[in-house]
Design a protein around this ligand. Structure first.
Ligand SMILES: [Zn+2]
Length: 693
């Protein structure tokens, strides 16, 4: 970004940026009344959500474009490639081989079913032949260690929240069960479609196993599974009530776990179960091993639920959870069977193109290899230096801004400063050959066996994470691949992560005005830093340990400041989601981060202006750079939802709907109103404002 003619920048970078901004806008809208419409109205008018998508946004388009690059990379010839790249390409090829997948049909799934003791609903006489041959805990262990499938209870190895240098076993409510809670409890249509989906799949498997048709039996069995699932979902605490990580964390020994939460299923024993899982990676655990139990009430209720159902219903449930995940990797008729369910849940009526499905599967499962290939293909090294510079600036602003805060006392400010300045680590997911080879070394793929390749990934994924139990935490290991359009904060590591995939317009370009970079990637940087101090992040200290470093005064006022935002966002009514209100509590952390992010980025931009002087204007836009800052910030969030998905995501997404992410943070920010000359009392400049950071 450089030369200008007169006062207007006419470089290709400036012209492209200007065109993008103009197209996205609706200049007929009043920026003080509805800034989202003003910034995104043009975009919303020109885009129809594709039949394959439940949401469509500028973010989603960037992801679509990234997939196109990855397609090219994965389809290129692999002569002389390093091993990890070759493996990624084989995996992709196996996924693309649809004719072979059709030909093999349900066969690979049937083989899996026999490995886990059969699916009663699709067995001739399961009760008399299989009923008691494999103990529940063994099945659960196998599901966990071989198929990375965690049912009934989520058992996994992760950084100990209270000692970030080591790993520990967690027992918690399965994330899926939580999601299910909102799915199944909420909508009759979803429930109905879900049950039909279960029944259809069970009937298909019966037929493929040459078992006589018995529709009534299948219907009854799957209805019981659904009832069991509903009971399990109901036993979970609602999202809004499990918000405080410090209250959920309960450390105990395996022995205590067994004593407290013994299930009355024959021979089921938590100690044996965990020993079974860990033995798959040759790690021995004894009854004195410590585990962290998250969400005790659920474990308590599980006992009662399990004893209500027969062994065959429980087995039907376990296997169904395994089957539902595999449906998408089978032949066409299996994928078609879930069409109505998908429609009810997401509103989508078409499947993604096969290559997109395959690209995203390979990227999700070999993120290091695909990330490295992506960076090799696209990434310009000097951007890294520019982004580093932005990060330093925004970090500094976060620290300076602490001085403005009246609600926090000096002692807590000192701790906060320390957490950001000296200890917040930074990671770019660019290229790291060490972890690249390490991750793919044990993987064995075949070009012909897509289904088995998936199982291979599941096994490797489970083992990689279980094995960590006896290893120290490696702070350098990547937590996400490079080919991702997103950014992250990890409280356990006090680390912000920027994948290469987000370093592109509109977020960032060295060819676009700095106002846009600060409003784009600058805001994202501020957002991630602020996550270290949101309602969850604030519970962790500079070393990533869950440790209360707050004075009573500051903690009390933090909660008070937060309550203002809980109220503000909780008052947004989303018509698309049937008029439901946003959950101010569930979205609090993201809203705190959004508000802090835009404020810090703006301040850092003002400082940059002071040092570097004015930037030339953008062609065709009679707007100041301060206005452009806010415009680009808002345009990052242009997008629309299908109503089905809106109804789901308002209950499950920790982010506010795109529109309210923009409205909420700008309504709270005086500088925005100044820049757009919004009078007090207009929608964008309400008298009451919330501020945490
Ligand atoms: Zn966030």
């Amino acid at each position: 970004y450089g030369t200008n003619s007169g006062n207007i920048c006419t470089t290709p970078g400036c012209v492209t940026a200007a065109a993008r901004i103009i197209q996205n806008m609706d200049t007929t809208a009043d920026p003080c009344k509805d800034f989202y419409q003003y910034a995104c109205g043009g975009w919303l008018n020109r885009h129809v959500i594709p039949e394959t998508s439940s949401r469509y946004s500028i973010f989603d388009i960037l992801r679509d474009e990234l997939e196109i690059i990855l397609k090219g990379v994965l389809e290129s010839s692999d002569q002389g490639d390093r091993e990890a790249f070759q493996k990624a390409k084989i995996l992709y090829k196996s996924c693309m081989n649809e004719s072979l997948i059709e030909q093999r049909d349900s066969l690979p799934l049937l083989e899996v079913l026999t490995m886990v003791g059969d699916w009663p609903v699709a067995s001739a006489d399961w009760n008399s032949t299989k009923g008691n041959t494999v103990a529940e805990r063994e099945k659960l262990s196998i599901m966990n260690s071989r198929f990375n499938k965690r049912v009934l209870i989520d058992m996994f190895v992760w950084n100990d929240d209270r000692d970030s240098s080591r790993h520990i076993i967690y027992m918690t409510v399965n994330l899926f069960i939580r999601t299910l809670r909102t799915h199944t409890i909420s909508s009759v249509q979803v429930r109905e479609a879900y049950l039909q989906f279960m029944i259809t799949i069970a009937k298909m498997i019966r037929e493929d196993m040459n078992i006589s048709k018995d529709d009534l039996f299948v219907q009854e069995e799957m209805a019981k599974v659904m009832e069991l699932e509903t009971d399990i979902a109901n036993a979970t605490t609602p999202a809004e009530e499990r918000h405080d990580a410090t209250l959920l964390y309960n450390k105990m020994t395996l022995k205590e776990l067994q004593e407290k939460f013994a299930l009355n299923v024959s021979e089921f024993n938590w100690t044996f179960f965990i020993q079974g899982v860990m033995s798959s990676v040759s790690v021995q655990v004894d009854p004195e091993e410590e585990v962290v139990v998250y969400g005790m009430p659920y474990l308590q209720e599980l006992k009662a639920i399990i004893s209500k159902y027969s062994a065959s219903t429980i087995q039907n449930y376990l296997i169904w959870r395994l089957v539902i995940d595999r449906v998408s990797s089978l032949s066409r008729r299996f994928k078609d069977a879930r069409a109505s369910y998908r429609k009810a849940l997401y509103g989508t009526t078409l499947e993604e193109a096969r290559w997109r499905e395959c690209v995203s599967y390979v990227n999700n499962n070999m993120e290091n290899a695909v990330g490295a290939m992506y960076v090799r293909e696209t990434f310009a090294g000097e951007s890294k230096r520019m982004v580093q510079d932005l990060i330093d600036k925004i970090r500094e602003v976060f620290i300076e801004t602490l001085d403005e805060l009246q609600w926090m006392d000096e002692a807590s400010k000192a701790k906060a400063r320390e957490k950001v300045r000296d200890n917040m680590k930074l990671q770019y997911s660019f290229m790291n050959m060490k972890s690249l080879e390490y991750c793919s070394i044990t993987l064995n793929f075949s070009e012909h066996n897509y289904f088995e390749n998936i199982l291979e990934n599941l096994r490797a994924g489970a083992q990689k994470s279980l094995k960590k139990l006896r290893e120290r935490v490696d702070q350098d290991i990547w937590i996400i691949g490079a080919a991702v359009v997103n950014a992250f904060y990890s409280p356990n590591r006090n680390q912000i992560v920027f994948p290469a995939g987000i370093l592109q317009p509109p977020f960032f370009s060295k060819h676009q005005p700095q106002a846009l970079n600060f409003g784009g990637i600058g805001m994202v940087i501020g957002h991630e830093i602020t996550h270290g101090f949101d309602d969850n992040g604030r519970n962790f200290d500079k070393d990533g340990n869950m440790f209360d470093w707050w004075s009573n005064f500051s903690a009390m006022h933090f909660k008070e400041q937060s309550r203002c935002m809980v109220h503000q966002y909780g008052n947004y009514t989303w018509e698309l989601a049937g008029g439901q209100n946003v959950s101010g509590i569930s979205t609090l952390g993201e809203n705190i981060a959004d508000n802090g992010g835009v404020r810090q980025a703006y301040k850092a931009y003002l400082k940059w202006l002071e040092q570097e002087g004015k930037e030339p204007k953008l062609p065709g836009l009679n707007l100041s750079h301060k206005q452009l800052f806010f415009l680009n910030f808002a345009q990052v969030w242009c997008g629309s939802y299908r109503p089905e998905y809106a109804s789901q995501s308002i209950k499950t997404d920790v982010h506010s709907p795109l529109k309210y992410r923009v409205m909420g943070s700008l309504q709270n920010f005086e500088a925005f109103s100044e820049v757009f000359h919004c009078k007090k009392g207009t929608a964008m400049h309400p008298a009451d404002k919330c501020r945490v950071w």
